[in-house]
Design a protein around this ligand. Structure first.
Ligand code: PEP
Ligand code: MN
Length: 339
């Protein structure tokens, strides 16, 4: 339920409401506005009736949260969340977040070269996989711990936050010790144990949409993370499975406005995994920004022909640079900043 306190409610009255809710096992999330305080309370409504809360001093109104996801819902928080990902970079504000880098970290030379070039083009977050979720057990699985160190060095050198995937609950502590943002991949979107585990960390989480997940399932996955105390979740639309075979997945452009209506969480778009082809990355990236995305995730490789994974969808650094320049006026047209 959402408890709306009166403008005149005192700090003591707010505290008393929170205490009452906590006594009945509710988790409370106060949102302090300029005039009003609103308290989100997640718990079993059978234990404490809304009416009882309504009668407490200082309470103006009590409304139920109708959606199955609560903390992720726009019902609870109307303002867009802005997530601080370190090094002065935020996701969800006017400045667009551009995550760029190779699919997989292959060597220090490769990662240094790609990360320096994407930074020069205006990217503000580095991406790269150290643990790779490959369809085949015989494909390159990532450099694991060594990959994390390589990425960490580049992040430090360039003063940029790094985002990398965590595949397994057993690696969460290790990945969290290097990464500024931990990525939950599409294949793990409903790995509930992993979601809970990253929910216990204080690192922002990039939550990719599952290969065949509805918006509601996706937001419920975000709720798993948030219900453990980590409210810093960034959604990432990366395409879903449809009958279409000319692209790797089908980019769901409407996921962007729909998520904005349902949730306060920022959403970025990944045209690389959505399309599977470098040729389609730029037009889909532009469409996503025009549709209101808070940023992009783009795979860039210095030598895509030789990439250990996803070379066919990776942009060469000069193509990424051109794309950033072409995106700039589109960003401005929707009231955002890119470069
Ligand atoms: C990736 O970002 O490299 C990746 C594997 O993404 P997804 O989980 O969207 O397939
Ligand atoms: Mn990839």
């Amino acid at each position: 339920m959402i408890i709306i306190m009166k403008d005149s409610a005192s700090a003591l009255q707010i505290e008393a409401v929170e205490k009452r809710l906590a006594d009945f096992g509710f988790n409370t999330h106060p949102i302090v506005g300029e005039k009003k305080t609103v308290i989100g309370a997640i718990g079993d409504k059978r234990l404490l009736s809304m009416n009882e809360v309504l009668l407490m001093p200082g309470v103006e109104n009590v409304v139920p949260i109708m959606k199955p996801y609560k903390l992720a819902s726009k019902e609870l928080q109307k303002e867009q969340s802005i997530i601080d990902v370190g090094y002065g970079v935020t996701v969800g504000g006017n400045q667009l977040a551009v995550f760029a880098g190779p699919c997989a970290i292959e060597s220090q030379e490769q990662f240094t070269s790609v990360s320096r070039s994407v930074k020069a083009s205006g990217a503000n977050i580095l991406r790269g996989g150290a643990f790779k979720p490959r369809s085949s057990p015989y494909s390159f699985q990532g450099l694991e711990g060594d990959g994390l160190k390589i990425m960490y060095n580049s992040g430090k050198e360039l003063g940029m936050p790094i985002c990398t995937e965590v595949l397994d609950t057993r690696d969460v502590e290790l990945v969290a010790s290097y990464a500024d943002i931990m990525q939950i991949g599409a294949r793990n979107m409903q790995n509930f144990k992993l979601l809970r585990e990253v929910g216990k960390c204080n690192k922002p989480i990039l939550l990719k949409r599952g290969l065949a997940s509805t918006m509601e399932e996706w937001l419920m996955a975000a709720e798993y993370i948030m219900s453990e105390g980590n409210e810093n979740v960034i959604l990432c639309e990366r395409g879903i499975r449809t009958y279409e075979t000319s692209t790797r997945n089908t980019f769901d452009i409407s996921a962007i406005p729909v998520s904005k209506e349902l949730s306060h969480l920022p959403i970025i778009a990944d045209p690389s995994h959505a399309t599977g082809s470098y040729k389609y990355v730029a037009p889909v990236a532009k469409a996503a920004i025009a549709a209101g995305a808070d940023g992009l995730m783009i795979e860039v490789h210095n030598c895509p022909e030789k990439a250990a994974s996803d070379g066919e969808q990776s942009l060469k650094p000069h193509k990424f640079d051109t794309l950033m320049k072409e995106l700039d006026p589109i960003a401005k047209a929707v009231g955002k900043k890119l470069l």
